[in-house]
Design a protein around this ligand. Structure first.
Ligand SMILES: Cc1ncc(COP(=O)(O)O)c(C=O)c1O
Length: 403
């Protein structure tokens, strides 16, 4: 085992982009001169919708307060009866599952593919039961799921396909943007995402009936189109106000400038890591365009004389911004292990609508993945020279730990 190098291989600070600037300031200034900051027919909201549709031309859109809210609205607008099952990958953000639980539905966790980190179509299909009503397709890390296969499965089994594109701004499945294939699609503008206003979201569909409900469910069940204020269903207030829409509209103008360098840098890093011993870059199909929300590679730990944490720490010592990813698959979180969804109870099970017991769920590939993966935060300010240094640091650390 060779010793750590005396000066770090990555000898420059982690590049940080200037994420907000003049376009955001101009829109915010315009908003401050408006007489109202309410979203309905607000000029900033209209600008956001127009800019968003240039990439994702969905008929009905509802800008909302978070990615979590967008998934909740997609689920709620689909109007499933309590106890219906929704298929969700075991590795995702809690925000993918929150709305499902709140609508008294049952998240059914599906294991992931070890190299794409997404739920493979065959496992999605195998998890379908007579109670399954929807698939939540999460494009983890900005790498698309196999959308055509998901679409076929959804159609054959009469399921609603909801795309969770929170980590996948600008990602393309073959020549189509993700978010344009599902029945509904959701995005996040939170601070970590490619495009951001701090916290926000977007949900959309081409379905007229679901589209009307998206707007109503996000706006206390008021019908802004008819002006009728007579809620006929229990809904939420997940509206996005004009200042946040102003920032998001400006961010949409930078969409390509933000996502395209990430694609290039991610591909560069994968090529550089292809022959590094003990390191497994993510599997990406040539015909797809991933946009690398983050870059996650795996370690073949049996061939390395280190743990996941030791590898990540050695990278940090070499100047790489590296860490591990999520601590656990979602079903391992305490609230699932104790079924503590509503003040210590789970009405869905108490009513006999499900026999689900999350203490019995095991998704082996998801567990292995989270125990041997290394995450590199990614952004559009990284240069190819910087990526070369990161790749050299990974190669050096891997060689040091190669047994
Ligand atoms: C895949 C996925 N879905 C949903 C969310 C929830 O988004 P937000 O944090 O905006 O609520 C996130 C956020 O990390 C995410 O990564």
């Amino acid at each position: 085992m060779s010793a750590p190098t005396s000066s770090p291989i990555v000898d420059e600070p982690f590049p940080l982009p200037q994420r907000w600037g003049q376009p955001e300031v101009e829109r915010l200034t315009a908003a401050m001169q408006q007489s109202s900051l309410f979203y309905w027919k607000g000029p900033q909201t209209e600008a956001l919708l127009a800019a968003f549709r240039e990439f994702y031309p969905l008929k009905h859109l509802f800008p909302c307060s978070s990615g979590t809210a967008s998934v909740h609205l997609a689920i709620a607008a689909s109007k499933f009866k309590p106890g219906a099952e929704v298929l969700v990958p075991a590795v995702t953000d809690m925000g993918s599952a929150i709305g499902i639980l709140h609508q008294l539905l049952v998240p059914v966790f599906v294991d992931i593919d070890p190299r794409t980190y997404n739920a493979p179509p065959e496992l999605i299909e195998a998890a379908i039961t007579p109670r399954t009503k929807a698939i939540l397709a999460v494009h983890l890390t900005g790498n698309p799921v196999e959308l055509d296969a998901y679409r076929t499965i959804a159609d054959e089994h009469d399921l609603v396909l909801i795309e969770d594109c929170a980590q996948a701004w600008g990602t393309k499945f073959e020549d189509r943007y993700v978010g344009t294939v599902g029945d509904l699609a959701c995005w996040s503008f939170n601070d970590y995402k490619h495009l951001s206003c701090g916290d926000g979201g977007m949900v959309g569909t081409n379905d007229d009936d679901i589209g009307l409900h998206l707007g109503k469910w996000g706006d206390k069940c008021y019908n802004r189109i008819t002006g009728i204020r007579n809620p006929d269903e229990l809904a939420y207030n997940y509206r996005m106000s004009e200042p946040l829409s102003a920032v998001c509209a400006a961010q949409m103008g930078k969409h390509d400038a933000i996502v395209q360098p990430r694609t290039a840098r991610g591909r560069q890093l994968s090529a550089a890591l292809a022959d590094v011993p003990g390191v497994l870059p993510p599997s990406i199909r040539n015909q797809d365009t991933p946009t690398f929300y983050n870059y996650i590679f795996r370690l073949d730990l049996p061939s390395l004389s280190c743990s996941q944490d030791e590898f990540a720490a050695a990278l940090v010592a070499e100047g790489v911004n590296a860490n591990t990813y999520l601590p656990d698959p979602v079903y391992r979180y305490d609230l699932f292990q104790t079924h503590n969804f509503y003040a210590g109870t789970w009405p869905v099970r108490d009513m006999g609508l499900t026999e689900m017991d999350y203490t019995q769920v095991v998704c082996p590939e998801s567990e292995k993945f989270l125990n041997d993966c290394v995450q590199l935060p990614f952004n559009e300010a990284m240069t190819d020279t910087y990526i070369d240094k990161v790749a050299l640091a990974i190669r050096t650390v891997a060689q040091r730990f190669s047994s």
